[in-house]
Design a binder for this molecule. Structure first.
Ligand code: IMP
Ligand code: MG
Length: 185
């Protein structure tokens, strides 16, 4: 087990790069079988999904397209509160099989918001592929078709996931090491 320090907190290895690759290969196999004749459009949600989608795409053998989207969060005018606008949709989604690619699904709020906005863009057949899924934190009922790795409700970093902007470059996935952070007085 190796450790890294990010923003003064200690993280320890949780999922190795080899385990990640095996899980991504399994998801790719399922997608290759399920969506063979669908010519799917993959929409990868930036920033977190960039490593997952790069590895996944290399393992896909079917005809497909990829594009990138981002949820831009800003404070709206008075009554509306926070606005989560989906940016980067340049394709016509009508009649397409769209697969959202996420790094992690936690409460499911983000994915629900993205689904609704894709429907506004005319998408009907929408599937979800996520690298990580936290079932204990999930409060939605939207089915998640493709999950690479199911994880407990811990804070994770690495392989695209960040802790306040840092750690996305790590090849393995790390978990916060609470014990190392306890200050003994
Ligand atoms: P949700 O809307 O609660 O499902 O959260 C999804 C977003 O929260 C992800 O796209 C991540 O950006 C972030 N997130 C949730 N859990 C983690 C974690 O363990 N590490 C890093 N980011 C996380
Ligand atoms: Mg994210």
């Amino acid at each position: 087990m190796s450790k890294v320090i990010i923003h003064g907190h200690t993280f320890k290895t949780k999922i190795s790069a080899a385990q990640i690759q095996k899980a991504v290969t399994d998801v790719a196999r399922q997608i290759n079988a399920d969506l063979k004749d669908k010519k799917p459009l993959f929409l990868a949600v930036l920033n977190g999904s960039f490593m997952f989608v790069a590895d996944l795409m290399k393992k896909l053998t079917i005809e497909c397209e990829i594009s990138f989207i981002k949820v831009a969060s800003y404070e709206g005018t008075t009554s509306k509160g926070k606005i989560n606008e989906l940016i980067g949709i340049n394709e016509d989604l009508k009649g397409r099989t769209v697969v959202i690619i996420e790094d992690i699904i936690d409460t499911g709020n983000t994915i629900e918001n993205i689904m609704e906005q894709l429907k506004d863009h005319g998408a009907v057949d929408i599937k979800i592929a996520t690298l990580l899924f936290k079932p204990d934190a999930y409060i939605k009922t939207i089915p998640i078709e493709y999950t690479a790795i199911v994880v407990p409700n811990d804070f994770l970093v690495g392989y695209g996931l960040d802790y306040n902007g840092l750690g996305r470059n790590l090849a393995d996935i790390y978990v916060l090491d609470y014990n190392a952070d306890v200050i003994v007085k």
